[in-house]
Design a protein around this ligand. Structure first.
Ligand code: SF4
Length: 227
């Protein structure tokens, strides 16, 4: 089984509790107005690889990281996109592999998945995938409806806790806003000449960042938040 992947990274600290493996899938048919990740929309951008290779990478970064003096293995895995549920078979295979790995590790890492589809649709069409997740943040991004809730981009998006593991682990964060918690943060990663921004900024943050960088002589080319 192949999966179309946009990118994967560890550690991600801004999309769920703790230090997490982040997996972004390529392709999204939803097209929310104001989406910051337009580079993930095109499903014909073929970056497919076997699910088994992605699982190997997850195990490798975990083992490598566990060997570092002040490092710890992942607290969880966050799957985002793109739209993960636009690749249901690959997503199910990935989740099966992650479950097998978690069982082998006897680890408590949780699996959180984002989706732009309504929760009711996920329940009616993808119940078996929801059954393999600990938490899901569903619903499309609505640019005109900002929120201060952690890990969410707009006020309509909910944090659905699907397992006892998630209910325990996420309890301190449910309904927490920026004032009670670390707040909305973004990570920046360098990849050759590309910079990735990971996380969900406040409205206007990316324009401010772009303007500040421009003043310093750094110009953004093809930012993923513009058509
Ligand atoms: S916000 Fe998510 S669901 Fe909406 S268009 Fe962007 S990638 Fe797709």
């Amino acid at each position: 089984m192949n999966i179309n992947l946009n990118k994967a990274h560890f550690p991600v600290t801004v999309l769920g509790p703790g230090r997490r493996i982040g997996i972004w899938l390529q392709g999204c048919r939803i097209g929310c107005n104001g989406c910051l990740s337009r580079d993930t929309w095109d499903a014909t951008v073929n970056q497919t690889l076997p699910v088994a290779r992605l699982l190997d990478w997850c195990e490798r970064v975990s083992i490598q990281n566990a060997g570092l003096p002040d490092a710890a293995p992942p607290d969880g895995i966050t799957i985002s996109g793109g739209e993960p549920f636009d690749q249901p078979d690959a997503l199910a295979a990935l989740l099966d592999g992650l479950h097998a790995w978690r069982n082998r590790l006897k680890s408590d890492l949780d699996i959180l998945c984002y989706s732009g589809y309504p929760y009711t649709r996920l329940q009616s069409q993808h119940g078996s995938i929801l059954g393999r997740l600990d938490a899901v943040i569903p619903e499309p991004f609505i640019d005109s409806s900002p929120t201060r809730q952690l890990w969410r981009g707009s006020d309509n998006q909910t944090l659905q806790l699907l397992t006892e593991r998630a209910r325990t682990k996420y309890a301190p964060y449910v309904n927490a806003t920026g004032s009670a918690q670390p707040g909305k943060q973004i990570q920046a990663m360098l990849d050759g000449e590309k910079v990735w921004y990971i996380g969900i900024p406040q409205r206007g943050d990316m324009s401010t960042l772009e303007q500040r960088c421009k003043e310093l002589g750094v110009h953004f080319h093809h930012p993923s938040w513009r058509p």
